[in-house]
Every structure is written in C-alpha cells, then in structure tokens.
Design a protein around this ligand. Structure first.
Ligand code: A3P
Length: 296
C-alpha cells in the first residue's frame, strides 16, 4: 500500500474464516464471480510452495523451451494471479486475466473452498504443487519480512504459532494441502511435490509436459531442466523480482530466491518446536494419505 511515498504493511480481513489481505477481501465478489474458461490451466499452490518455479517450468513448456520468449516479461506478469488485488488504478488479477487471450495460464493460492466455482464448472486443468509444511513456514516467514504487501511476521517464535494456527494470509497450510489432495482424482489435477521436482526435475517436468498435452524432444527437455534450476532463476531478472521496487520488496532483508532447498527448516526449528510441530501435524493431518519428504 502506498502512503505518502512509502509502502505500509496492509491490513488483513477474513473471507469465510480464511485470512486474506483486506484488499482481496473487499474485492471478494469480483474474485468469486471470476469466469474461468474450459481451456484455462490453473497453477495452484500454497504460498511459498514453489509457485514461481512452477510458472517458469510451465511457461518454458508452453513456449517449447524458447528462452527468449520466456524473457518477455516478469513471471508475475506472464500468468495473472487471480485473487491478487492492488489499490486502483492498478489492475487486479481478475482484470489481468479477463484481458488475457486464451489459452490462459493463471495462478492462485486459494484453497479449494475459496476457488471461484467456474473453475470446477468448466473442468479446467489444475497443476497443484505442494511443499512440506516446515520448509513452507520458513520460506513464508522470510517472505513476510521482506514483502511490504503482506503483514509483519513478528519473531520466529511468534510466527511459528501464527502459522500453525493458520492465521496467515491464504489460511492454514494443513487445510489447503488436504483440500486439494482430497479432490485430486475428481478433477483434471496434476498433483506434484516441490521435493520431487528438486530431486528429479527431468522426471517431474516430463509429467507436466504430458499433462499440458505437449510433445517435446529430449534437447528441449534438457534446456527446460537447465533454465529452471534455482541458480539460473536466481540470476534471471524476469524470475528473481529484482525489478520490484525496494520499497515493496526489500531483498537486502531476504532475497526472493532465498535458498531453494529441501530441509532448511532444520536451521530454524528448535528441537522442542520440532516435537510440538510433529505432534500437531499428526493431529491435523489425521486420515489423509498424503506423504511429504522433509529432507533429500
Ligand atoms: P525458499 O524461501 O525456501 O528459498 P513461491 O514462488 O511460491 O513464492 O515460492 C518461493 C520459494 O521457492 C522460495 O523458497 C524460492 O527460493 C523457491 N524457488 C524458486 N525458484 C526455485 C527453483 N528454481 N528451484 C528451487 N526452489 C525455487
């Protein structure tokens, strides 16, 4: 939010019990009534689960591995973020999506119960990427510190409680992941894991290629693997958010392309936090068959 030349941390407000920025909440009617089209592909993730990475993979596939074409714009401008709402006159995600020619690739952090119903009605394709809760928490904490578009996270100890209680923007990690996992066989959903992409990018990227109905040869596949590696994307101005003003994202606090690894939670969680987390995790994830990898 822009005030007297300075960005200030935004207010939050719930939508159906799920925390959102106030701007998203106040724009909720427009978001809920968003009209999806049958040939839309929606990239859905919980915050910090590897959205930008997935977007780059998908864009490279859509453009047959053409690096130049993928440099045409910032990641956040290539794929409209449907619920993201900025103060007018800036365009919101809905407006950007409405202005985009088909076939559209869109992205969201919405949980299944908040997703605009037209996505289900049109049987759109969904690419969901999940990342283990502990690394998501760490990544989100650092992101909230550097990003003026999201609330102040407080200390790590405070944030630990906030995250567990789902009092972060986009709500509970547990509910988000469970919700998408539970419906994955009822819709056209390719459900991937951050940790799997990290371990075997070639294999996972091949799944995305097939899901998108593309046919790319080995050389192109290898190019996509190389170009979407963390080290490459960290240097790429169209993916690393270096074009975002410092007043909005202060990368001296924490770079947007921070570590890109599996298991950084071990550098943050104390032994007792870890025990408490595992306990709560067991309770909250009871009855679901989803399995996460926490280290490579
Ligand atoms: P870390 O903060 O753990 O480094 P999102 O795009 O959903 O906001 O997710 C951001 C997280 O994905 C950050 O995690 C970021 O470093 C990581 N990331 C981005 N590109 C990546 C890549 N090519 N490989 C691995 N991780 C990547």
């Amino acid at each position: 939010l822009h005030l007297e030349g300075k960005y200030i941390k935004p207010e939050t407000k719930e939508v159906n019990g799920i925390l959102m920025t106030k701007l998203i909440s106040d724009n909720w009617d427009k978001i809920w009534n968003f009209q999806a089209k049958p040939d839309d592909l929606l990239i859905a993730t919980y915050a910090k689960a590897g959205t930008t990475w997935t977007q780059e993979i998908v864009d490279m596939i859509q453009n047959d591995g053409d690096v130049q074409k993928c440099q045409r714009a910032n990641t956040f401008d290539r794929h409209p973020f449907i619920e993201w709402t900025l103060p007018p006159p800036l365009n919101s995600g809905v407006e950007k999506a409405n202005a985009m020619p088909s076939p559209r690739i869109l992205r969201t952090h919405l949980s299944t119960q908040l997703l605009p119903p037209s996505f289900w009605e049109n049987n759109c394709k969904f690419l969901y990427v999940a990342r283990n809760a502990k690394d998501c928490m760490v990544s989100y904490y650092h992101f909230q510190k550097m990003n003026q578009g999201l609330p102040e996270p407080g200390t790590w100890e405070e944030y630990f409680e906030t995250f567990i209680n789902g009092k972060v923007v986009w709500g509970s990690w547990f509910d988000h992941v469970k919700g998408w996992w539970e419906i994955k066989d009822r819709y056209q959903i390719l459900f991937l894991f951050y940790e799997d992409i990290k371990r075997d990018p070639k294999h996972e990227i091949q799944k995305v290629i097939k899901f998108m109905g593309k046919n790319l040869d080995e050389t192109v596949l290898n190019t996509i693997v190389q170009e979407t590696a963390f080290e490459k994307m960290k240097e790429n101005p169209m993916t690393n958010r270096s074009t975002v003003p410092k007043s909005m994202m202060d990368q001296s606090i924490s770079p947007f392309m921070r570590k890109g690894m599996v298991g950084d939670w071990k550098n943050h969680f104390t032994v007792s936090q870890n025990e408490r987390f595992d306990e709560i995790y067991k309770r909250k994830m009871e009855g679901t068959s989803i399995k996460f990898c926490l280290e490579l």
